[in-house]
Design a protein around this ligand. Structure first.
Ligand code: GAP
Length: 458
């Protein structure tokens, strides 16, 4: 990580806290590692991103079924999918401090690429190179650490009451495959889509909201005839690129990575990771996976419920195959904030601001009366504010401090447009000043055409 980029991450974290986007979880009690709380602006940004996803992948399509499944699931779900046995990361313990580290991260930090290495190879590499913990202490043996967060349901804490907080939203859809088929009789190909929380007991949560223990995913399980998997894979590959554009990520900062067989998840027959250039380096943003018939077959076997599909046209019965585009909400937000964070000079002053796309900005327009102590200006500004709020929703009113300060405040939270009501507005021409966040340019616009003017900009 370059010093410059390290600074960028610190600046983003600081801005996110100061301006009410994202706070450390349980902060007043010293925090809880790997948890973050979204404040008023963060939740607005998050909802806008999720809304764009839902529009592109669900409501704009005729072949998608929305879901909202329970987070707690029967433990047999996770036995059937192999998560209980294999959903693990390699861990090693500092023998003195008892702090735990991801073995692959330690190898990377010591110039060894862990890609494709089995646990034994990693353990061997640690020992051969004499790698110590970051505190300089000897390390124990590398072992696998299951990432699922476990809890007990009901009054008795024994093996039968174990439940897991789902580590992916995906399984909430696979276990409802038959329900959706029985209720809607969809023809293949069709998909199930959901946005929701997932939990992973990450060994080393890090890089702000990049690697957390409580996360949110936007996932689709798209079911196809086995012969059609490549067509669907390519379709969603394009759609994932289109979504990065929807949320305003520059194309040059997003990269595809074809994941080799040795590094794919246990359920994957093909994976493309979409990576982003975060301040902490290039890393995964989202993934596109061909899960074959792994999940429906595993649940058919595990539950003894037949999850095959009957094709009315060909009179064939088979288990559909599945393509899964999976996008992390938090990582999308971090990518959006990273892309938007800008420092420049405007009117002889340096400023830092968020160059957010109008589609995702928490506030689209801020409305000001030029002076707060002039009732006729405040009244007119409130009228304009009400009109814009009814049209766009994401509109705020600000009469604190001078206009310059108000612009800085709105720039910092990424508001693309500021509208000012002045004396000319009420006494002369019924026009307001619209100021553009990125250029600082100002235009006079008639109040009657303001909605149309702004609609033309988003
Ligand atoms: N259902 C497939 C699945 O869960 P994954 O690659 O493990 O696949 C999908 O996760 C996406 O979820 C990732 O691309 C990433 O965006 C997000 N994600 C996974 N683990 C995360 C974590 N600990 N913190 C933040 N986001 C995470």
């Amino acid at each position: 990580m370059s010093e410059n980029k390290e600074n960028t991450m610190e600046k983003i974290i600081s801005l996110a806290k100061r301006r009410g986007f994202i706070y450390q979880g349980s902060e007043i009690y010293g925090g809880l590692a790997g948890t973050w709380d979204y404040g008023p602006l963060g939740v607005a940004l998050k909802r806008n991103i999720e809304g764009l996803w839902w529009k592109r992948f669900v409501t704009d399509r005729e072949d998608m079924y929305g879901m909202d499944a329970a987070i707690l699931m029967n433990q047999d779900v996770w036995k059937a999918t192999g998560h209980v046995a294999t959903f693990a990361d390699p861990l090693v313990e500092d023998l003195k401090t008892k702090k735990r580290y991801r073995v692959d991260h330690l190898l990377e930090a010591n110039g060894i690429d862990p890609k494709g290495m089995k646990l034994e190879d990693m353990d061997k590499a640690l020992k051969e190179k004499g790698i110590k913990s970051p505190d300089g202490n000897p390390l124990g043996d590398a072992r696998q650490f299951n990432l699922m967060l476990k809890t007990h349901m009901g009054a008795i804490e024994d093996d039968s009451s174990i439940s897991y907080l789902r580590p992916e939203t995906a399984q909430g859809m696979f276990v409802n495959f038959k329900n959706v088929v029985d209720s809607f009789h969809p023809k293949l190909p069709f998909g199930m889509a959901q946005i929701g929380k997932a939990f992973r007991n990450e060994i080393a949560p890090r890089d702000f909201i990049f690697r957390v223990r409580e996360l949110e995913q936007m996932e689709i399980e798209y079911f196809v005839k086995p012969v059609d998997w490549e067509t669907a894979f390519e379709e969603f590959r394009k759609e994932m690129w289109a979504f990065t554009n929807d949320i305003g990520l520059p194309k040059e900062n997003v990269h595809e990575l074809e994941v080799g067989p040795e590094d794919r998840a246990h359920y994957s027959a093909r994976t493309i990771d979409f990576e982003f250039d975060y301040p902490s380096g290039r890393n995964e943003l989202s993934g596109l996976v061909y899960r074959s018939d792994f999940d429906l077959r595993s649940h058919s076997d595990g539950s003894k419920v037949d999850l095959s599909y009957f094709d009315e046209e060909t009179k064939e019965r088979f288990i559909p195959h599945c393509i899964e585009p999976s996008i992390g909400v938090g990582r999308s937000i971090l990518a959006v904030l990273t892309s938007a964070y800008t420092e420049d000079e405007l009117g002889g002053e340096t400023r830092s601001y968020l160059k957010l796309s109008p589609k995702v900005a928490p506030t689209l327009v801020a409305v000001f009366p030029l002076l707060k102590n002039k009732p006729q200006l405040v009244e007119k500004a409130r009228e304009v504010y009400g009109m814009l709020r009814r049209e766009f929703g994401r509109v705020s009113f600000d009469d604190n401090g001078n206009i310059g300060k108000r612009y800085r405040r709105q720039d910092e939270i990424g508001t693309p447009f500021c509208v000012t009501v002045d004396f000319d507005t009420v006494e002369k021409d019924g026009m307001v000043t619209v100021r553009d966040r990125d250029t600082g340019n100002q235009e006079r616009v008639k109040i009657e055409t303001l909605k149309e003017y702004l609609n033309g900009k988003i």
